[in-house]
Structures are given as C-alpha cells and as structure tokens.
Write a protein that binds this ligand. Structure first.
Ligand code: FAD
Length: 310
C-alpha cells in the first residue's frame, strides 16, 4: 500500500506528488494523462518565474520532476470509485476502471476540470487559434482586437468586463432572454462603451479562414434571423465542469460538483485530501492548483504522522 496516492497528474497532482515524495514516503500517482489541461494550452505566460513556455513543455517538465523523486507513476489509469477506510487509520481504496483496487493510507484527489464546449462547427477546429476558454490566460493575446464571449452567467459577464479593458470590442452572446450574472456585474457591463450584448441569441458557428477565427454566426431566437459578426477571438464561458462524477455519494461535493475542502485541503472523508480545479477553491489557474497540491501533500503528511495505522 502507498502512504500517499495521488489521483490525477496535472499541476495540482504533480505538486502533491513532489511534496509527498520529498518527505521520503511511499508515493504513487494514478492518472489518465500526465499534465492535465496544460497539454491543451498553447502558451503559458503567467506561471511565476517562467516568462513564457508552452503546454506540452510544461507538462513534460511536471512529469520529469515527479519521476525524479521515484514516484510510482501509473498512467492511462482512470479512477472510478473511492472506497473510504473502514476504521480510523485504515487504508483508503481507489478502484480503477481496469478493476484494480489501489490502497493507500492517504489519498489526494486532483482530477481537475474541463471547460464545457458549445459544440458548434469551428469550435474544435479553431481551439487555440482564436477559440479560448480562459480570459486570465488568453485575454492578453487579443489586445486591441475584437472578441465575443459566449455565456451570460457570472463567468461570462466577468470575462466580458475583464476583456473590455484589453480588447477593442466585446460582443456578449447569451442564449436565454436575460443575463444570469449578479446584478452588480450586469450594471457594470452595461456601463462599458465597447460592449454589445445579444440575449436570446444562439451561437451556430465559429467561422475562420482555415488558420484562425474570423467571425461568429448566431441566430436571433425570436426572429429566427442569422447574424455574422466579424472578430478575431471567441471566449466560451458556459461552465467549467469538475471531474468528480465518480465521487458522487462518497464525499461532500458542492452544488457545482466541486469537492468541498477546508483550508488544509481536507475533504469530508478522513485521510482523503483534494487540490486544484476539482475543488471549490476559486480561480482555476496553474499556479493556484500547484500551490493547493503542495498544501494537500503537507496536510496528508501531517495526517500520517498523527494517525496510527489501524
Ligand atoms: P488538470 O490540469 O485538469 O489535471 C487533472 C488530472 O487528473 C489530469 O492528469 C487528468 O488526466 C486526471 N484525471 C481526471 N479524471 C481522472 C480520473 N477519474 N482518474 C485518473 N485521473 C484522472 N492556467 C494558467 O495558469 N495559465 C494559462 O495560461 C492557462 N491556460 C489554459 C488554457 C486552456 C486551453 C485550458 C483548458 C486551461 C488553461 N489554464 C491556464 C488553466 C489550468 O490549465 C488549470 O487551472 C490547471 O491545469 C488545473 O490543474 P489541476 O491539476 O487541478 O487539473
């Protein structure tokens, strides 16, 4: 059995594994794809101390550092069930899709999240070529250009306000008949001179010239007429879904499906910690996920030295 078993190998899981292994304890990582979301990132310019890198390079560096400390890395492994310990100090189980049951004195969940797609023609084709999901990450790439934000909830309206300060013009597209964001955000958005809002608007296509985005087509749902807006970027802001479906019923999740953790990364199940985009900790960023992963590993270590093995 492991002392610490990390599930997931993105920035959070990698940081957790490095911190745990450096305590000299038996550490494993069970992961579908090392690096996580970072693999899908073009350029990373906000990881402190690294002026610029790209996703695959960053992911390879995470894996190299984890392996440097002799961590048992099990890739292409999908966790499907968490089995809490039967008694205090007992082993926690993680059942894998292939049927194996991994057992560990403590577990760190770091399965991350995924952006919900709009599923219209052009979205996949132009991902990272004008189609973006993270305004904190990719906003500066569109400085002085025209963008659309799809989604009028809190994250969409926040993104539109944020981007309006950087880009020349923002078009906000909301499917329903009104913006669902908090009133204070909507008031702020309405006060901005370079923002156009379309409600009752269904995005039908993201158009491009073959190499990058050049427009967004939407249907006015009331009249049925189609419009084409010329622009250089589209931010899809219709939800970030935590990869926690497999945990339902075993530990406390928020109404958004995010794992509920305390300030030390402890979940509602003894010996089980969580970190990164799969938790309710706000602002989904690499530097934050990595910091939370380090914290969860230190908490797991603290738990191990205080809890006699059952
Ligand atoms: P993730 O990176 O999502 O990693 C989750 C890990 O868990 C993966 O290894 C996955 O394979 C694994 N996993 C999931 N489910 C299971 C399971 N059931 N069993 C086993 N393993 C599982 N942030 C920035 O700070 N700067 C940027 O420039 C930036 N750009 C981004 C661009 C894009 C396109 C995207 C999508 C995100 C970007 N982000 C950026 C956000 C950043 O990538 C995330 O905040 C960060 O990766 C979260 O780390 P994490 O370890 O919590 O989760």
């Amino acid at each position: 059995a492991f002392d610490v078993l990390v599930v997931g190998g993105g920035p959070a899981g990698s940081a957790a594994a490095v911190y745990a292994a450096r305590k000299g304890i038996n550490t494993g990582v069970a992961v579908e794809r090392m690096g996580g979301q970072v693999n899908d990132t073009m350029s990373i310019e906000n990881y402190i101390s690294v002026l610029e890198t790209d996703g695959p390079k960053f992911a390879a560096a995470l894996e190299a550092q984890v392996r440097h400390y002799g961590v048992d890395v099990m890739t292409q492994q999908r966790a499907v069930e968490l089995v809490p310990a039967e008694e205090p100090g007992g082993l926690v189980g993680v059942r894998m899709e292939n049927g194996a049951l991994l057992r560990s004195r403590s577990v760190i969940l770091s399965t991350g999240a995924r952006w919900r797609n709009v599923n219209v023609p052009g979205e996949q084709e132009y991902k990272n070529k004008g189609v973006a999901y993270c305004p904190h990450c990719d906003g500066p790439l569109f400085k002085g250009k025209r963008v659309a934000v799809i989604g009028g909830g809190n994250s969409g309206v926040e993104a539109a306000i944020d981007l309006a300060g950087l880009v020349s013009h923002v078009t906000l597209i909301e499917f329903s008949d009104q913006l669902k964001a908090d009133a204070v955000l909507v008031t702020k958005l309405n006060s901005l001179p370079n923002v156009t809002i379309h409600v009752n608007a269904q995005t039908t296509e993201i158009t491009g010239d073959g190499s990058k985005v050049n427009g967004l087509r939407f249907k006015e749902r009331v009249s049925g007429t189609e419009q084409l807006i010329e622009l250089e970027g589209v931010f899809v802001q219709i939800g970030l879904v935590p990869n926690t479906e497999w945990l339902k019923g075993t530990l406390e999740l928020s109404r958004f499906g995010e794992i509920v953790v305390d300030a030390k990364g402890q979940t509602s199940v003894p010996g089980v910690f969580a970190a990164g985009d799969c938790t309710g900790v706000p602002y989904k960023q690499i530097v934050i996920a990595a910091g939370e992963g380090a914290k969860a590993a230190l908490s797991a270590f603290d738990y191990l030295i205080r809890t006699p093995l059952a």
